[in-house]
Write a protein that binds this ligand. Structure first.
Ligand SMILES: [Ca+2]
Ligand SMILES: [Ca+2]
Ligand SMILES: [Ca+2]
Length: 204
Protein backbone atom coordinates (compact mmCIF):
# COMPACT_ATOMS: atom_id res chain seq x y z
CA UNK A 1 0.00 0.00 0.00
CA UNK A 2 1.21 3.51 -0.63
CA UNK A 3 0.27 6.56 1.34
CA UNK A 4 -1.71 9.25 -0.41
CA UNK A 5 -0.03 12.62 -0.39
CA UNK A 6 -2.10 15.51 0.84
CA UNK A 7 -1.55 18.86 -0.84
CA UNK A 8 -2.07 22.12 0.96
CA UNK A 9 -1.92 25.28 -1.09
CA UNK A 10 -0.62 28.27 0.81
CA UNK A 11 -0.70 31.83 -0.40
CA UNK A 12 2.67 33.45 0.20
CA UNK A 13 3.40 37.10 -0.36
CA UNK A 14 6.52 37.55 -2.48
CA UNK A 15 8.89 39.77 -0.53
CA UNK A 16 11.99 41.07 -2.19
CA UNK A 17 14.47 43.72 -1.19
CA UNK A 18 17.09 45.83 -2.88
CA UNK A 19 20.33 43.96 -3.40
CA UNK A 20 23.84 45.11 -4.28
CA UNK A 21 25.85 43.45 -7.02
CA UNK A 22 29.63 43.99 -6.93
CA UNK A 23 32.48 43.27 -9.32
CA UNK A 24 34.75 40.41 -8.22
CA UNK A 25 37.92 42.27 -7.09
CA UNK A 26 40.57 41.28 -9.64
CA UNK A 27 42.38 44.42 -8.48
CA UNK A 28 41.60 46.16 -5.20
CA UNK A 29 43.29 49.55 -5.07
CA UNK A 30 41.63 52.69 -3.83
CA UNK A 31 38.73 53.67 -1.65
CA UNK A 32 34.99 53.21 -2.08
CA UNK A 33 33.35 56.54 -2.83
CA UNK A 34 29.90 57.79 -1.97
CA UNK A 35 26.91 55.68 -2.90
CA UNK A 36 24.39 57.44 -5.13
CA UNK A 37 20.84 56.31 -5.76
CA UNK A 38 18.43 57.48 -8.48
CA UNK A 39 16.09 59.91 -6.67
CA UNK A 40 13.44 59.14 -9.26
CA UNK A 41 13.34 56.43 -11.89
CA UNK A 42 15.97 53.80 -12.65
CA UNK A 43 19.16 53.56 -14.70
CA UNK A 44 18.48 53.56 -18.43
CA UNK A 45 21.84 54.60 -19.82
CA UNK A 46 25.48 55.21 -18.97
CA UNK A 47 28.59 57.19 -19.86
CA UNK A 48 32.25 56.40 -19.10
CA UNK A 49 35.17 58.67 -18.31
CA UNK A 50 38.26 57.07 -19.84
CA UNK A 51 41.86 58.15 -20.29
CA UNK A 52 43.04 57.50 -23.86
CA UNK A 53 45.95 55.10 -24.28
CA UNK A 54 49.18 57.09 -23.80
CA UNK A 55 51.73 54.65 -25.22
CA UNK A 56 54.45 52.46 -23.70
CA UNK A 57 56.10 55.15 -21.59
CA UNK A 58 52.89 56.61 -20.21
CA UNK A 59 51.18 55.87 -16.89
CA UNK A 60 47.78 54.68 -18.18
CA UNK A 61 44.67 54.40 -16.01
CA UNK A 62 41.92 53.23 -18.37
CA UNK A 63 38.44 53.83 -16.96
CA UNK A 64 38.11 56.62 -14.36
CA UNK A 65 34.37 56.99 -13.68
CA UNK A 66 30.83 55.90 -14.62
CA UNK A 67 27.69 58.03 -14.88
CA UNK A 68 24.23 56.46 -14.79
CA UNK A 69 21.21 58.20 -16.29
CA UNK A 70 18.05 57.79 -14.20
CA UNK A 71 15.71 58.00 -17.20
CA UNK A 72 16.09 58.63 -20.93
CA UNK A 73 19.74 59.75 -21.33
CA UNK A 74 18.79 62.02 -24.21
CA UNK A 75 15.87 63.69 -22.49
CA UNK A 76 16.42 67.11 -20.93
CA UNK A 77 16.20 67.02 -17.16
CA UNK A 78 17.11 63.35 -16.64
CA UNK A 79 19.00 62.96 -13.37
CA UNK A 80 22.59 61.73 -13.61
CA UNK A 81 24.26 59.91 -10.74
CA UNK A 82 27.90 58.98 -10.24
CA UNK A 83 30.28 58.08 -7.43
CA UNK A 84 33.98 58.89 -7.12
CA UNK A 85 35.55 60.21 -10.29
CA UNK A 86 39.21 59.53 -11.11
CA UNK A 87 41.34 62.54 -12.08
CA UNK A 88 42.21 61.40 -15.61
CA UNK A 89 40.48 61.20 -18.98
CA UNK A 90 37.41 62.56 -20.69
CA UNK A 91 33.72 61.65 -20.73
CA UNK A 92 32.89 59.53 -23.78
CA UNK A 93 29.75 58.50 -25.65
CA UNK A 94 26.36 58.21 -23.99
CA UNK A 95 24.85 54.70 -24.25
CA UNK A 96 21.13 54.19 -23.88
CA UNK A 97 18.83 51.20 -23.53
CA UNK A 98 15.78 53.46 -23.17
CA UNK A 99 12.91 52.50 -23.02
CA UNK A 100 14.61 49.52 -21.37
CA UNK A 101 16.54 49.52 -18.08
CA UNK A 102 20.02 48.45 -17.06
CA UNK A 103 19.91 45.17 -15.12
CA UNK A 104 23.47 43.84 -15.04
CA UNK A 105 27.10 44.63 -15.76
CA UNK A 106 30.51 43.14 -16.47
CA UNK A 107 33.96 44.76 -16.11
CA UNK A 108 37.06 44.37 -18.25
CA UNK A 109 39.94 44.35 -15.79
CA UNK A 110 43.68 44.09 -16.24
CA UNK A 111 45.21 42.03 -13.43
CA UNK A 112 48.23 43.20 -11.41
CA UNK A 113 51.20 43.98 -13.70
CA UNK A 114 53.92 44.10 -11.02
CA UNK A 115 56.53 46.77 -11.80
CA UNK A 116 54.88 47.37 -15.21
CA UNK A 117 52.09 49.88 -15.81
CA UNK A 118 48.77 48.94 -14.16
CA UNK A 119 45.39 50.14 -15.37
CA UNK A 120 42.89 47.98 -13.38
CA UNK A 121 39.41 48.43 -14.90
CA UNK A 122 39.35 49.45 -18.55
CA UNK A 123 35.79 49.03 -19.80
CA UNK A 124 32.27 47.96 -18.85
CA UNK A 125 29.33 46.21 -20.49
CA UNK A 126 25.79 46.80 -19.31
CA UNK A 127 22.90 44.37 -19.75
CA UNK A 128 19.41 45.74 -20.48
CA UNK A 129 15.85 44.55 -19.90
CA UNK A 130 15.02 45.11 -23.56
CA UNK A 131 18.00 43.22 -25.01
CA UNK A 132 18.05 39.47 -25.53
CA UNK A 133 19.97 37.43 -22.93
CA UNK A 134 23.72 37.65 -23.41
CA UNK A 135 23.41 40.87 -25.43
CA UNK A 136 24.81 44.05 -23.94
CA UNK A 137 25.90 47.62 -24.52
CA UNK A 138 29.70 47.83 -24.45
CA UNK A 139 31.28 51.11 -23.38
CA UNK A 140 34.08 53.01 -25.11
CA UNK A 141 36.82 52.20 -22.61
CA UNK A 142 40.24 50.69 -23.37
CA UNK A 143 40.99 47.12 -24.39
CA UNK A 144 43.42 45.96 -21.69
CA UNK A 145 42.52 43.00 -19.51
CA UNK A 146 39.84 40.35 -19.59
CA UNK A 147 36.07 40.40 -19.26
CA UNK A 148 35.08 39.17 -15.80
CA UNK A 149 32.02 37.50 -14.39
CA UNK A 150 28.63 39.01 -15.29
CA UNK A 151 26.82 40.50 -12.30
CA UNK A 152 23.05 40.46 -12.77
CA UNK A 153 20.09 41.82 -10.82
CA UNK A 154 17.22 39.43 -10.03
CA UNK A 155 14.75 39.11 -12.91
CA UNK A 156 12.26 41.47 -11.23
CA UNK A 157 14.88 44.14 -10.55
CA UNK A 158 16.82 46.86 -12.37
CA UNK A 159 19.84 49.01 -11.49
CA UNK A 160 19.05 52.04 -9.32
CA UNK A 161 22.32 53.09 -7.67
CA UNK A 162 26.09 53.13 -7.99
CA UNK A 163 29.26 53.22 -5.90
CA UNK A 164 32.82 53.00 -7.26
CA UNK A 165 36.21 52.16 -5.82
CA UNK A 166 38.76 54.57 -7.25
CA UNK A 167 42.47 54.85 -6.49
CA UNK A 168 43.36 58.47 -5.60
CA UNK A 169 45.95 60.23 -7.76
CA UNK A 170 49.35 58.55 -7.10
CA UNK A 171 51.45 61.38 -8.51
CA UNK A 172 54.67 59.96 -9.95
CA UNK A 173 53.65 56.43 -8.95
CA UNK A 174 51.58 53.99 -11.01
CA UNK A 175 47.92 55.10 -11.23
CA UNK A 176 44.93 52.85 -11.98
CA UNK A 177 41.91 55.08 -11.15
CA UNK A 178 38.68 53.00 -11.16
CA UNK A 179 39.04 49.45 -9.77
CA UNK A 180 35.63 48.08 -8.77
CA UNK A 181 31.96 48.97 -8.92
CA UNK A 182 28.86 48.22 -6.90
CA UNK A 183 25.39 48.56 -8.41
CA UNK A 184 22.18 48.62 -6.42
CA UNK A 185 19.26 46.59 -7.85
CA UNK A 186 15.70 47.65 -6.96
CA UNK A 187 12.37 45.94 -7.54
CA UNK A 188 10.82 46.85 -10.85
CA UNK A 189 8.16 47.87 -11.39
CA UNK A 190 7.71 49.04 -7.82
CA UNK A 191 4.32 47.67 -6.87
CA UNK A 192 2.14 46.17 -4.26
CA UNK A 193 3.06 42.53 -4.48
CA UNK A 194 -0.38 41.50 -3.13
CA UNK A 195 -1.40 41.41 -6.76
CA UNK A 196 1.27 38.88 -7.61
CA UNK A 197 1.00 36.39 -4.77
CA UNK A 198 2.67 33.15 -5.53
CA UNK A 199 1.37 29.83 -4.44
CA UNK A 200 3.46 27.30 -2.66
CA UNK A 201 2.54 23.65 -2.65
CA UNK A 202 3.33 21.85 0.55
CA UNK A 203 3.35 18.06 0.58
CA UNK A 204 2.49 16.46 3.91
CA1 LIG B 1 52.53 48.47 -11.55
CA1 LIG C 1 50.97 58.49 -11.87
CA1 LIG D 1 49.05 53.08 -14.55
Amino acid sequence: MFKLATFTVLSVTLVTANINITSPPITNWGVWGRFQHCPLGYAQGFQLKTESYGGSFFDDTGMNAIKLFCGDPFSFGTTVITSTEGDFGEWGNVYSCYPGYLNGFQLKVEEYQGSSDDTATNNVRFYCTNLADNNYLEGDGLGFGDWGQVQHCYSNQVISGIQTQVEPNQGDDDDTALNNVLMECSDFPPKDYNSSDITKVQIK
